[in-house]
Ligand binder design. Structure first.
Ligand SMILES: NC(=O)c1ccc[n+]([C@@H]2O[C@H](COP(=O)([O-])OP(=O)(O)OC[C@H]3O[C@@H](n4cnc5c(N)ncnc54)[C@H](O)[C@@H]3O)[C@@H](O)[C@H]2O)c1
Length: 246
């Protein structure tokens, strides 16, 4: 119940799916949590569950650099410090290498790759003295190709590699910040449950023959956010029901 006791975490995309589950898990383990999201209404539902003494919400578009400093400033004003950043916010779109449109490609990369890049940049800036853990939510799509997820593949593969680059930069600089990526298989979140017609096919892709519960991704993220993972940095952590073992 206190694996994150005394820690302060920022979770982007905290209004739904993995982000909401991670925020609840962290509060249950003793952390104070700042959730950010574009979806104000749903964020307030999550905030009610977390309790205003444990959590706050900041409206943020992760792709907009101008908001990032404010997210850290407000978090530190409220909870005195930030120890953990979970770069979780993301969007999904279907496209392929032959028919991809440049503006759609840029739109997806703005959130799923630029958003994580900016989080890393401002995370290092604000945590380099006191230290911390940055966890970037990538995907199995950051490890293997999926023919109808061309832009998404690019973004999640990019997240995997900028995680390593930034982690090594921090060790070079003697900054006490660890940075790792998480690679989930398909899970029951609004992102995936929006396509009920795909459910059976998606389940069959996983040797465990089911999709993940968001709590199973939150559990791994908890480990990486906590001091229990003190020797892990620049690494990729897979939680996929056996998907990429095949
Ligand atoms: N669900 C899956 O099966 C799955 C698998 C692997 C990886 N992922 C990744 O996990 C992360 C969370 O996915 P999820 O399934 O919980 O998605 P979701 O759509 O259920 O929730 C994502 C949240 O991010 C928010 N968001 C979207 N764009 C944003 C922006 N520009 N700025 C701030 N917030 C924004 C949304 O409003 C939403 O609340 C994403 O990065 C996704 O790519 C999901």
């Amino acid at each position: 119940m206190n694996r994150l006791s005394g820690k302060v975490a920022i979770v982007t995309g905290g209004a739904k799916g993995f982000g909401a589950s991670i925020a609840k898990t962290f509060v249950n383990e003793g952390a104070k949590v700042v959730i950010t999201d574009l979806d104000v209404q749903q964020a307030n539902v999550v905030l009610d569950e977390l309790g205003s003494e444990n959590a706050m919400f900041i409206e943020q578009d992760v792709a907009d650099e101008s908001g990032w400093e404010n997210v850290f400033k407000k978090s530190i004003e409220r909870f005195n410090k930030v120890d953990i950043l979970i770069n979780n916010a993301g969007v999904l779109q279907f496209d392929d290498a032959e028919h991809v449109e440049l503006d759609q490609w840029h739109k997806l990369l703005a959130v799923d790759l630029d958003g994580v890049m900016l989080g890393i940049k401002y995370g290092i800036k604000n945590m380099k003295v006191n230290g911390g853990s940055i966890v970037n939510i990538s995907s199995i799509a950051g490890l293997i190709g999926i023919p109808n997820l061309f832009s998404y593949n690019a973004s999640k593969g990019g997240v995997r590699m900028i995680t390593k680059s930034a982690a090594l930069y921090c060790t070079d600089q003697n900054y006490p910040i660890r940075i790792n990526s998480v690679h989930p298989g398909y899970a029951h979140t609004p992102m995936v449950d929006a396509y009920p017609e795909m459910r059976t096919d998606l389940e069959a892709l996983h040797p465990m023959k089911r999709l993940a519960d968001p709590q199973e991704i939150a559990n791994l993220t908890l480990y990486l956010a906590s001091d229990e993972s003190s020797f892990s940095t620049g690494s990729e952590f897979v939680v996929d029901g056996g998907y990429t073992a095949q």
